[in-house]
Design a protein around this ligand. Structure first.
Ligand code: 1GP
Length: 246
């Protein structure tokens, strides 16, 4: 298999737009999974992300097993904590919260994760994770005890993303936070994208097709949507694959 990261790089090279559906094991009941994943398979989604801020031990593993049984899409862990690492997934976003200054989320959790990762074949993708202020406090902010970056601090956001790239991170993820009131602005996305030579992921608070398109048009290579699907499972049907030319 080519590997999740190489597939992303190839897709970005072809200017394809990637869409990750985020499933939070804490908020998504297992009984709905089969039906929901069938809809995801029929949509333009290219990846399934799994993770949450507060997930009970084992829930992630059971959820990932169930997802894998029902799809060939790559399943990528987007963990809120070390306990969410499970070998059933294809890859792991090894997140460094570079917008914050809490050493636990810059190196502490990473060291803690190694004894688990040694036992898996997960593809580990170093990812610079940047939390941007969105109008209300988010779970990431609470759990990590870090402040998001102010939206008006454009230069600081761009420099942070570039520092992540220079530190060797392979992806940059601009995060407004789950259920954000305001998604990351197109100005921030475009400014960061201009400086980066690695793929850009954007997520948080995207609830409409219009917002999704605006996010891609500003320069996001991959967009992550979770809450909008949690609140209304049928929303995924708005993203059906166009099969008319097949
Ligand atoms: C959260 O970026 C993701 O970490 C997705 O956010 O749940 O608001 O879509 P939403």
């Amino acid at each position: 298999m080519e590997g999740v990261y190489n597939c992303i790089i190839n897709a970005v090279g072809k200017e394809e737009r990637l869409l990750a559906v985020l499933i939070d094991p804490d908020k998504f009941s297992l009984s709905k999974i089969k039906r929901f994943i069938a809809k995801v398979n029929a949509s333009i989604a290219t990846h399934i992300f799994v993770g949450g801020s507060t997930v009970k031990d084992n829930d992630t593993q059971v959820l990932v097993e169930n997802i894998k049984k029902n799809t060939i899409l790559p399943v990528v862990l987007f963990p809120g904590d070390v306990t969410q690492i499970t070998s059933e997934a294809d890859a792991l976003l090894f997140l460094s919260l570079i917008s914050g200054r809490n050493p636990e989320y810059l190196i502490g959790k990473h060291v803690e994760a190694i004894s688990k990762l040694r036992l898996t074949k997960l593809e580990v993708i170093p990812t610079g994770y940047i939390l941007i202020e969105n109008g209300k406090e988010t779970a990431v902010q609470r759990v990590t005890e870090t402040k998001p970056m102010p939206r008006e601090g454009l230069n600081q956001i761009v420099d942070t993303a570039k520092a992540g790239e220079f530190l060797g991170m392979k992806l940059i993820y601009l995060e407004a936070g789950s259920g954000a009131q305001h998604p990351v602005t197109t100005e921030i996305i475009a400014s960061v994208k201009r400086e980066l030579n690695i793929p850009l992921i954007v997520g948080g608070g995207i609830r409409t097709k219009k917002q999704l398109d605006a996010t891609y048009n500003a320069g996001a290579n991959m967009v992550v949507i979770g809450t909008a699907f949690e609140e209304n499972e049928s929303f995924i049907e708005a993203f059906k694959k166009d099969t008319s030319h097949v």
